[in-house]
Each structure stands twice: as C-alpha cells, then as structure tokens.
Design a protein around this ligand. Structure first.
Ligand code: GA4
Length: 335
C-alpha cells in the first residue's frame, strides 16, 4: 500500500504500487473438460495454484453473452434506480463498500442468493429487470453443472469415493446448498492516480466456499498470488471464452490442505477498460460439516488433520465478521 495524498473519492480505497507492467501469469493451467485425464489436470492445478481455467466446457456462448449484456445494461442504469436495490447487506446492490467491516474497492456490484437453480425469491432487487433475472437463472443452471463437474473431477483425481462426495455438498438433490452469485463492474478510475499506482478494485482475499467460477468480459484486472513463489502477485491474462475456477477455503480444509485456496484481487487503473465479471460461489448447506476427509487422511496425504471440524454456517458467520484480506482459516488450524 502507498501512503500518498489521494483524491477524495479514493480516500478509503487502498492504492497499489504498480510495477509497470504487472507480471503476467504465463501458463494459467487450462483444463480441457473433454480431454484425457481432465481429473488429473484439475487436481494438479488445484494443488499448485488453487486456480485454473476451463476450456471446452460446453456452456453455450449465448448463455454467457445474454447475461453479460444484461449486466452491462443494469450497471448503465440510473444511479438512483440501482441504489433502490441497495445497500448490499450482504445481498443487493453495493457500491465501493464490500462486506460489513470497512473494506472498500473501486467497483459496483450486485450480490444475490441462489436457491437451488434460480435466484432466491427473497431477492427483491427492484432494479433487476425480468430479462436480467432470466439471464441469471439460465446462467446459474450452467454454473451448477460446471461446479458439479469440477468437484466430481477433484474427487476422482484424489481417489475420493463416491465420485459425488464433494459435488453433492453443493449440487446434491436434497442439499439446501448456500450458493451466491455476484455481478461486478469495475469502471476505469477517472480520477488522477499518483504515478505508478493502481486502485484496488476488489482487495485481496480467498473465497470461503468450496469453489468459485468466474467469467469476465475479457477486460484485464484479475491477479492471483502464487503459492509456490512467496505469494508473488501476477496478472491473469483475460480470456473471454474460458471460465476460471478458484479453490475456496472449505475445499482446502476438506482436502487437508492438499488443494490450496487461492488469494486473488482485482486492480483498476485509469487506462484499463471497464471490467464486468460474473461469479458463482458454490457453498454447502449451513449445517454441512467441514473437516479433512477421512479417506484423504488414510491415503497418506498427511495422517493428522490440519484443521478442526466446523460447520459451513459457523465459518460463514466468522467470515462476515472478518476483513476481506484476513486469513480466515487460521482460527480453525489444529495447533
Ligand atoms: C468473498 C467471496 C464472495 O465475493 C463473498 C464475499 C463477501 C461479501 O462481499 O459480502 C465477503 C467476502 C466474500 C469474505 C469476507 C467477508 C464476506 C466480504 C467480506 C469482507 C460474497 C463471500 O462469500 O465472501
């Protein structure tokens, strides 16, 4: 973080020193879902980075394009209309404020609860047109399927049985899973920034859930921290055709730390094009117990559990009391 005088609208948003240009992550692991040994590739990417892209995913381009167009339309609507669906607590329309504990970013967003395979009825959201709601519902069905496929591959690649052991926590038939959907809009920062500085769009954090699936309009800004290189930040080259998958904290715990949740953030700059992203967060039911899977402890991936058991509800509650950048797993680590 840089301590320099900032224009008033940026006052509470941290600035990042920009090593020009940000180093780009060469070789984001790209998993071809229809290719041989996809499960092995998924597991290796989750172990190394906690992050990978998915190609040949079979999600129709129209489903993504429709949602992107509706999201752009929503964010372009009058501020007073958007504000009528806010402030986000945690759901609804939010601008600059993230969570409840003072985190700020240069973005606006819509955060929504998903019931099974559609927007929750509890999401009043007057500013969301019926076209936007329909586009979200159609998109979420595709994301549930993709999350299921990825989690089945994780189980297969790790030798966990049944194959649906992890997937059922998020997409099982009876599971009242805790799915969240987020549309983010990062406008270019129009204010003068100090030299070599970018503004924080969404501050660094890990996602608390099992998996998150991210898609963007192809604008730059996403960065990930490399586990195997002291947490060095690298930019992720945008790819309009791929989905990006993040390992979340809960999957790290279930796999006893073998798969790593990835720290990531979004930076915004004055020159960057406006970024729109759509993110599906796959969480389990609130009562779901999260603890290292016995099968993995027995399989010699470290015989001692690194984390104590908690329920997703407990973890979520703790997450909402934390700051974005906190290490939320630390209090659950076994001594
Ligand atoms: C990070 C992942 C998801 O975007 C999110 C975020 C949530 C929010 O924006 O309300 C949190 C953040 C996220 C983790 C810590 C708490 C809660 C903001 C925040 C400071 C929707 C989620 O589930 O956790």
């Amino acid at each position: 973080m840089v301590v320099l005088a900032k224009p008033a609208a940026l006052e509470q948003i941290s600035l990042l020193r920009t090593p020009e240009p940000w180093e780009t992550l060469s070789g984001v692991p790209a998993v071809d879902l229809s290719g041989p040994d996809a499960a092995g590739h998924v597991v290796r990417a989750c172990e190394r980075l906690g992050f990978f892209s998915v190609v040949n995913h079979g999600v129709p381009a129209g489903v993504v394009d429709r949602l992107e167009a509706e999201a752009v339309r929503f964010f372009a609507s009058a501020q007073a209309d958007k504000d009528a669906s806010g402030p986000a607590d945690p759901f609804g329309y939010g601008s600059k404020r993230i969570g409840r504990n003072g985190d700020m970013g240069w973005l606006e967003y819509l955060l929504l609860a998903i019931d099974r395979d559609a927007l929750s009825d509890s999401m009043a959201c007057p500013a969301a047109s019926s076209a936007l709601r329909e586009a979200i519902n159609e998109y979420v069905v595709a994301m549930r399927w993709l999350a299921r496929t990825v989690l089945e591959m994780v189980a297969e690649g790790l030798g966990v049985s049944p194959r649906g052991a992890l997937a059922d926590m998020v997409t099982g038939d009876d599971a009242a899973s805790d799915q969240v959907f987020r549309l983010n809009h990062y406008p270019p920062c129009p204010l003068p920034l100090p030299p070599s500085c970018s503004v924080t769009g969404f501050g660094e954090h890990t996602d608390p859930q099992l998996v998150s699936i991210l898609r963007s309009n192809g604008a730059a800004g996403l960065q990930v921290a490399l586990h195997d290189d002291g947490g060095r930040w690298v930019s992720v080259p945008p790819n309009r055709d791929a989905f990006f998958v993040n390992v979340g904290d809960s999957l790290q715990v279930l796999t006893n730390g073998r798969l790593k949740s990835v720290r990531h953030r979004v930076v915004a700059g004055s020159g960057l094009k406006s970024r729109v992203s759509m993110i599906y967060f796959g969480g389990p039911p609130l009562a779901q117990r999260i603890a290292p899977l016995p099968q993995l402890l027995q399989a010699g991936h470290g015989s001692l559990p690194l984390y104590r058991e908690f329920t997703w509800g407990e973890y979520k509650k703790a997450a909402y009391r934390s700051r974005l950048g906190d290490n939320r797993l630390a209090p659950f680590e076994e001594p």
